[in-house]
Ligand binder design. Structure first.
Ligand SMILES: [Zn+2]
Length: 691
């Protein structure tokens, strides 16, 4: 075979393989056997070995190509990956609709309902038809670049499919409200950026198989979401590939540029482009239909090959959905209609008390292992002493355990009919199970506390929190290692971590030259940190990720925050009295100043805060019309988002500002009619420079 012939054959093979992948993954209608498919891939691989220069970047053999990484690169999402608000009953669904009707009165609403698969949300960005970036959701704003691993998921095409003319015609005939010109312009060229979002998940079969293997190594996964996330976040793509992950797309970004009118069209359009879309999704003409859909899905749930935890109901009309906008971090026009929590009965074998970083002792019931919602449950929380009393729970009792979503399983009821008389009452610990100090209850609180502020358990939990993902995010510094470092006397406070040396680590068990070196490097890298993460890491009571971000945005440096008065703290947006008091008290404690001083002394450095939300656009909806001279539409959108504003494609009474460029369209007339404030380009630029 000549080089030219080989080239031609390779091209043919690639296109035939892609076609059969599409039939298999997207249409679920394979036309050839797996063996025939594999033999074509083998032939292609052989040719590629002979002509390595001819290997196409998007060749189906190149799914597992990358080398293992040290760490994932961070990617900022083009538009935030929002989360979805939950409803758990038909009444709540009706209340949701009433809220919508207040925003868009006199509009009849219809819906699109689809399965809410329990996996990991992923954003896929294609450029000129080729898969460029696969990213995790992360905190919704910034995710991790997991492209190499995403490429190993066979259901995700490396190149978008260009739909044949007859399919385009059929599509346009089926959906008459599509803007044909826009639609053709995008799907016939695939030019520019096309972003889609969806769920990477593991089927029940594969989960059982992987988990059986993991169980033997005592590394069992708690639930399918953890395993999907764990598999996608493997630094070595070979491991991800071995996990046989699957994918369904559920959202097409920038739908308006495709001229699409409804969410159903977005689903069907993604299918045309070669992305698998779950096929039980259904149009619902009203809420009753959506409710029936949810009930039906709940019935067939056990027969599905993957786990779901509810259905997602979206306002069907795209333009309306956009007009409904975003509340907080969730789109107003979309809800997750969750299934009721799942329950099972089992027996309490023992109750132990865990000491948290605040010193609170939490009673945890050890259970006879039981399967609930695809998860093995062997522990459940009993919350606190009052809860134990209320339940009248005893060791040996048969109990009903409930699990809902991500929440820790809890004991909801004791089935007293099963009592044999051999059960015994749970004794309230008089001393801390870790350090042996006396326990006490605080006035007005139900929790039991360890009285020793230097309690090893508390220190340990504080340090684990400090180095956790949302804090200093030190790779390789997990619970076991923290415990080991503390036992060896190398670490007493979080500040000590930053003074660790390779020579100190090397003699420890589990550490070799290389791993000691790696840990010291990871620590070094973590020293440059954002103020919000720094504040989160401190573990101030009531200060989670979002509050830490609000504080960082408001005070912009640690000194000002340390000196802030109680009134000053109460004035921060989104921060209530209890949180303000807690932050105030924290910075008045002697050891706080000492800890922060030590951290800085050991090289921790807080990055300068980029104040992103000028008050001017926060929570405001902006519409762009006409051409701007100094920046593109996308750049303008990005800037508005960065300043906390939302961009809408149509003018309504809810619009706060309209930015008017050259040759404005009908939006200008509408804004004028509604009396909405307008900004010309110069005024708009002035607003943007206010950060
Ligand atoms: Zn203690």
């Amino acid at each position: 075979m000549t080089r030219e012939q080989a080239k031609k054959r390779m091209k043919q093979l690639q296109s035939v393989i892609e076609h059969h992948s599409y039939l298999y993954y997207v249409l679920d209608r394979p036309e050839i056997s797996d063996e025939a498919y594999d033999s074509m891939v083998r032939e292609l691989r052989k040719l590629e070995e002979a002509y390595p220069n001819l290997i196409a970047q998007d060749s189906p053999t190149q799914r597992v190509g990358g080398k293992a990484l040290g760490k994932f690169r961070k990617v900022t999402h083009r538009t935030p990956m929002l989360s979805v608000q939950d409803v758990i009953s038909f009444d709540e669904l009706v209340a949701w609709k009433e809220r919508l009707s207040r925003v868009v009165p006199d509009t009849s609403l219809d819906y699109y309902a689809e399965l809410k698969i329990d996996g990991l949300a992923i954003s896929l960005t294609y450029r000129d038809g080729l898969l460029e970036v696969g990213a995790t959701r992360g905190d919704g704003i910034v995710g991790e670049d997991v492209t190499q691993n995403i490429k190993t998921v066979k259901a995700i095409p490396l190149r978008l499919r260009m739909p044949p003319e007859k399919e385009i015609v059929r599509f346009l005939k089926k959906y008459k409200d599509i803007d044909e010109k826009k639609f053709r312009q995008r799907v016939e060229t695939l030019k520019g950026t096309i972003e889609m979002r969806g769920e990477v998940y593991m089927t029940k079969d594969v989960f059982e198989k992987v988990n059986t293997e993991a169980r033997e190594l005592q590394r069992e996964y708690a639930n399918p979401r953890n395993i999907s996330a764990g598999s996608v976040r493997q630094l070595d793509p070979k491991i991800t590939a071995s996990r046989n992950l699957n994918f369904y797309a559920y959202a097409l970004k920038d739908e308006e540029t495709f001229g699409l009118a409804t969410h159903e069209q977005a689903h069907e359009c993604m299918k045309l482009l070669g992305l698998p879309v779950e096929r039980s999704a259904e149009y619902c003409k009203d809420l009753e239909a959506a409710c029936n859909y949810q009930e039906h899905i709940q019935k067939i749930r056990p027969t599905l090959p993957f786990w779901i935890d509810g259905v997602v109901v979206s306002v069907h009309n795209n333009e309306l959905l956009e007009r409904l906008g975003v509340v907080g971090r969730t789109p107003r026009g979309v809800v997750a209609f969750k299934f009721p929590p799942e329950q099972a009965t089992t027996r309490i074998i023992d109750v132990a008390f865990q000491v948290g970083r605040t010193g609170a002792l939490t009673p945890v019931a050890h259970l006879e292992p039981v399967r609930i919602a695809g998860t093995t449950v062997s522990h459940a929380t009993l919350h606190n002493l009052d809860e134990i009393k209320r339940l009248d729970a005893r060791v040996g009792d048969t109990v009903i355990v409930e699990k809902a979503g991500d929440i820790i399983p809890k004991v909801v009821r004791v089935v007293k009919e099963f009592r044999s008389g051999k059960e015994h009452v749970i004794s309230i610990p008089k001393s801390c199970p870790i350090c042996g100090s006396k326990t006490y209850r605080r006035e007005g609180e139900v929790a039991l506390y360890c009285s020793n502020p230097k309690c090893f358990a508390q220190d340990k939990e504080r340090i684990i929190h400090f180095v956790s993902k949302k804090g200093f995010d030190i790779e390789g510094l997990g619970e076991k290692i923290v415990e080991q470092l503390m036992s060896a006397g190398l670490v007493q406070t979080a500040a000590d971590i930053f003074a660790l040396t390779v020579d100190e680590l090397k003699p420890l068990e589990r550490f070799a030259d290389k791993s000691a070196q790696n840990l010291v490097e990871a620590i070094e890298k973590s020293k440059d940190i954002e103020l919000s993460r720094f504040l989160y890491a401190l573990g101030i009571r009531h200060v989670g990720e979002e509050t830490a971000r609000d504080l960082a945005q408001h005070f912009t440096n640690i000194r000002t925050l340390q000196q802030a008065s109680l009134e000053g703290l109460q004035a921060v947006e989104n921060i209530g009295g209890v949180v303000a008091q807690s932050v105030y008290d924290y910075f008045r404690q002697e050891h706080t100043a000492a800890l922060i001083g030590e951290l800085f002394k050991n090289g921790v450095h807080i990055k300068k805060v980029q104040v992103v939300s000028s008050q001017f656009l926060k929570g405001k909806t902006v519409v762009l019309t006409g051409t701007l001279e100094s920046l593109s539409r996308d750049e303008a959108k990005e800037k508005i988002h960065a300043l906390g504003g939302d961009v809408s494609s149509s003018v309504s009474k809810e619009t706060d500002y309209v930015v008017v460029g050259a040759d404005p369209g009908s939006k200008y007339d509408k804004a004028k009619k509604l009396g909405i404030p307008m900004l010309n380009e110069a005024e708009f630029l002035k607003v943007l420079s206010k950060d």
